[in-house]
Design a protein around this ligand. Sequence first.
Ligand code: HEM
Length: 491
Amino acid sequence: MTTADRMIAVSTNASTNPFGEAWPYARTPWPERSAPLYGQNFASDPFSYYESLRKTFGAVAPVTLEETGAFRGYLILDHAYQLEILQNRGHVWTRDSRWYRDFAEGALPPHPLVPQFAYRRSRLNAEGMEHARLSGPGNKALAELDLLRTRILIEDLAEQLITSFFPEGGPAEWNQVDILDQYALQLPLLVMMRLMGMDEGSALATGNAIHEMLSGGPGAHRAAAELDSRMRALVEEKQRDPGPDLVSWMHHYNRDLQLGLDTHELSEDVWLQIVAGRGASTTWICNTVLELLTNPDLNSDVIAGRCQMEEAMNRVMWVNAPIQNLIGRWATQDTMLGGYHVNCGDMAIICLGATGADPTMLSASFDVSRTNRSHLAWGAGSHGCPAPDLGTLIVRTGLEVLWNRLPGMRMAVAKESLTWDLPYVARSPTALPVIFPLPPMPVTNGQQWTAQHSFISNPPRPISTEPKERPSEPQGRLPLWRSLVAWWPKR
Ligand code: HEM
């Protein structure tokens, strides 16, 4: 769409901003020169691509996300500008997608990212007091987790996944698995579902529906609706019959702090935590495995204990951040950004993938690779990640169990031959095949899904609820959970 087309669309479209006011006159036309944020160069080597954008445009680059040029934003390449927007000290930027003018006016072409801008009554789209209200139960519940015991749960699930690497009859002399499909995609999701208190049948169905939704196939729409109703059912079940899990604690704090979240709002937050916890952790595991297997110095330092796994993970936050781009933030008023006049309703994309090469960071003469944690891979400001400790624990434990159980792991293919997903949001290879020799230690089976992992206590019972006798966990029965690990669908 040309600028003239846009003016016509603006003048004929009756959409309003979230205050119900007419959008202000768009004073500044979109910059003449912008760069594509799509295509093979971007997908195969985004880091060189970001560098070329930095050389051409400086700290802020106008980009288009598809061929028509109508889906566009300002890509923020430098740390200082990223922090300015994320912390939003000037009260200019919002995460409320109703401020995205092109979306509100229906000016965006079909694109896989566009449906994600639909407004949801969730902390993700909320600001100020409403953000604090919607985040309250989830954040308070997370603080109840006993992280030492949560580690035991994660170890246990990791062990079971590793056991499932081996065909019936035990390990062969050399074994090959796809770490993405058979480990990194599964572990964080299983952990999050277990922490939320899902039973094994529900976890099985939820895992299935998530895969179907993410496949983008014909069943994706139906799977998304099924997930909504599953989250709602979980929230309702935990209200009737609370137990030692995050959802029950969310109910407790919702009542105790009189926050007044309804079932829909609680379900949205449960869903958000599962999806956010799963996505970035998966990519972080995958990208750290890749970094270690292709950086022999770092790998030998980790194996010899000269470098902690967490330091290797931190390096990945700089050089191959799990979340590459935060799409997005929207301007709630006209503003200046990196020399550009930005109109109210324009989009900024925070390019976390570019931060590691930001010359102002590198020239600050400190080590940005292993120990420095000033990267923005957790976001920043009010929408920054509320669960960095849990996220780090899932990824570190997953990697440590893998390194402990399968020493001698190597890439099954050359790094250069890996193919990558388009790094609009997360960046991970489409598969990460590795090989490893016969493990020196026998592979253990781990516990079953329902095993007593006391990672959290029972919340206090609401006064009005009659204490119910809890059915005892079925003992000595593995079928569903075992099949959850063994059956997990291929992407
Ligand atoms: C393990 C690696 C993880 C990374 C790298 C990560 C990164 C991030 C980032 C960058 C954001 C900011 C998004 C934005 O500003 O637009 C975010 C938000 C969020 N993350 Fe994480 N995350 C991780 C794990 C988790 C886990 C385990 C949870 C589970 C509770 C979680 C829950 C959330 C939620 C609920 C938000 C939205 C916060 C808000 O909008 O107020 N994340 N995360």
